[in-house]
Design a protein around this ligand. Structure first.
Ligand code: URA
Length: 209
């Protein structure tokens, strides 16, 4: 089974409180999502492999560590996932960005791919799939399936707020995927919103209703 990490860092929790509040406007909401994504990326990349190289400081020659050059890909689930991309790229500027778009089939109510664009060297990359809200888990499961189908071998999932139902569904469908969460909330309501949550993340990010 993949691991579930809930980040209890005070800065993340503080910023999360402000994006939950209904008075927080679009500009501030977007800025805070960006900042939280950066802070989460710092934790998510904790185990990236390092290698020693020879360098010369003004004082002497020495060995120092650099990232092994492992290739990363960030994949937002359209559309709310887009709000987390720039924050992650601040720390991993060379990551490639793919996109997965899903719509809900009106008959089955299941998410179906309508757009998938990924880097070409997919098998060599580690991927971070991002969506601010892990609600039922349906979109995350389908997006990760879309990546695996095309050859992705190592995938992580990162979201701001998750419902226990979504975590369970994602863990069961993709036990190899580690899940990174800023807050694990109480439940889903009858309309599929996370409680207490923050409302519709896409609408709040893009100022739509
Ligand atoms: N998607 C959202 O944007 N918010 C929720 O609460 C659930 C799904």
């Amino acid at each position: 089974m993949g691991k579930v990490f809930v980040f209890d860092h005070p800065l993340i929790q503080h910023k999360l409180t402000y994006i939950r509040q209904k008075e927080t406007g679009t500009k501030e909401f977007r800025e805070l999502v960006d900042e939280i994504a950066t802070l989460m990326a710092f934790e998510v990349t904790r185990d990236l492999p390092l290698t020693d190289i020879e360098i010369e400081t003004p004082i002497c020659k020495t060995k120092a560590k650099v990232l092994t050059g492992k290739k990363l890909g960030v994949v937002p689930i359209l559309r709310a996932g887009i709000g987390m991309v720039d924050g992650i790229l601040k720390l991993i500027p060379n990551a490639r960005v793919g996109h997965v778009g899903l719509y809900r089939d009106p008959k089955t109510l299941k998410p179906v791919e309508y757009y998938v664009k990924l880097p070409t060297d997919i098998e060599e990359r580690d991927f971070i799939v991002v969506d601010p809200m892990l609600a039922t888990g349906g979109s995350a499961v389908e997006a990760i399936h879309a990546l695996k189908k095309r050859g992705a071998k190592h995938i992580m999932f990162m979201c701001l707020i998750a419902a226990p139902e979504g975590v369970k569904t994602l863990e069961e469908a993709h036990p190899d995927v580690d899940i990174y969460i800023a807050a694990l909330d109480e439940k889903l309501n009858e309309k599929g919103y996370i409680v207490p949550g923050l409302g519709d993340a896409g609408d709040r990010l893009f100022g739509t209703k």
